[in-house]
Design a protein around this ligand. Structure first.
Ligand SMILES: *Cc1c(COP(=O)(O)O)cnc(C)c1O
Length: 404
């Protein structure tokens, strides 16, 4: 008899037994993957329509990324920043070039990139802008998701993310997302930064009204405030361009990057900005033991090179049109609304039909893995290596689920 821990129900039970329940995963136990496809312990195959929340933009085990990781594992994995290693310069230069910025500061997780952005903006505020000590404030948007640290959840408007984690870090002003007048009114002489997602991913792939981001850029420039774009989920090809800000011709003062930068292999995040901003940091003022390690740099340099070809951005733009056309055809047939750009879509399911969670469970039974965000909202973010036929397949399975 086969050990039941090697089958889905036993493996699900064991996975839940010794872990904090800070997630509510779908009851599927993955054992291998390639490209856009996952295989579970029972040998069932699933089309991945989440891509690790966009950490897997290039698909599972992209050959070039895996080769870079293997080669680096055989040479050098960690030095700490106390010493320089031979993968560091190329990574920083090529990422800076991709971003059109002078400098890069590598970290590991997205939340660390956000924390870094906050610290740099505050220091810039005191040292360059001349904000009185301890008075810096940062304007953020309702519905934001920037990570899980105590400072970041301090300005979250999601009660689950925030409640009972106080005392909260002061220095943040929350304004409605997409409302330029409210944002302009919240900026004062002590504002050092506006921190925004150009598209709010966790909130349900919410695209702000046209003209909003250019308006924010204008306000920031006029009032001497840094525009910090959290492109951790929206960036690196997801929306059909390298950065989501590009759709409206906006260049932020600081990019926060993560997720796909690690190629789905290692956590890699980074802040990119010009010397007048990132140059405020001096030795000892910020750091990370693992940030910019050789393995991370080797993989992330390969990620940057994949993006430098433009191929993945093009795929996302072209296939995104197909995905959105397919989803639009389901509006009125179980879907209430569809939003997004490129291979990134937020869907509101008719709440009288089912919750987002139920939709995901039924999609799973049909061999498609996706994730609900809130209530009846679902997010689709397949790997950018997905094919047109696979997109049609995913849309057909969703249509079947909605049709009951
Ligand atoms: C995922 C995410 C983060 C946090 O990244 P972690 O690697 O989970 O810390 C921050 N901002 C945005 C927009 C994200 O989607």
């Amino acid at each position: 008899m086969v050990d039941d821990r090697l089958r889905t129900p036993g493996a699900v039970r064991d996975a839940e037994r010794f872990t904090a329940h800070n997630y509510h995963p779908l009851p599927v136990v993955i054992t291998s993957a390639e490209g856009a496809w996952l295989t579970d312990v029972d040998g069932r195959r699933y089309l991945d329509c989440l891509a690790g929340y966009s950490a897997l933009n290039f698909g599972h085990r992209h050959p070039g990324l895996i080769a870079a990781a293997h080669a680096q594992l055989d040479r050098l994995t960690l030095t700490s920043r106390a010493f320089i290693h031979d993968q560091f310069a190329d990574f920083c230069r090529e990422l800076a070039e991709l971003c059109g910025k002078d400098l890069v500061l590598p970290m590991n997780t997205g939340a660390e990139a956000v924390e870094t952005g906050i610290k740099v903006a505050r220091k810039w505020g005191y040292q360059v802008k001349g904000v009185p000590a301890g008075q810096a404030n940062i304007v953020v948007a309702e519905g934001n998701f920037h990570g899980r640290t105590t400072t970041i959840v301090s300005f979250s408007t999601d009660e689950d993310a925030r409640a009972d984690f106080g005392p909260y870090t002061p220095g943040f002003t929350v304004v409605p997302y997409g409302d330029l007048d409210a944002l302009a009114a919240a900026v004062d002489e002590n504002t050092v930064a506006v921190l925004l997602e150009p598209i709010q991913g966790e909130q349900g792939v919410v695209v702000p009204p046209e003209g909003y981001l250019p308006g924010v850029r204008r306000v920031c420039t006029e009032r001497n405030v840094l525009l910090v774009a959290d492109e951790i989920q929206s960036g690196l090809g997801r929306t059909g361009t390298t950065f989501a800000c590009e759709h409206e011709g906006v260049v932020p003062d600081m990019y926060l990057l993560g997720k796909a930068l690690g190629g789905g292999i290692v956590p890699v995040s980074a802040v990119a900005a010009n010397t007048d901003v990132l140059g405020v940091l001096k030795p000892g003022q910020h750091g990370s033991t693992f940030g910019g390690n050789p393995l991370a740099c080797a993989v992330a340099t390969e990620v940057v090179r994949l993006l430098a070809t433009g191929e993945f951005q093009r795929r996302s733009a072209e296939l995104g049109e197909r995905l959105h056309a397919g989803l639009q055809s389901l509006v009125g047939k179980g879907l209430v609304a569809v939003r997004g750009r490129g291979l990134w879509a937020g869907l509101d399911i008719d709440p009288t039909l089912m919750t987002g969670r139920q939709a995901c469970e039924r999609l799973m039974e049909r061999g498609v893995l996706a994730k609900d965000t809130h209530g009846s909202t679902l997010r689709l973010a397949p790997p950018l290596v997905i094919t047109a036929e696979e997109i049609d397949h995913a849309v057909a399975q969703l249509a079947a689920v909605l049709a009951g």
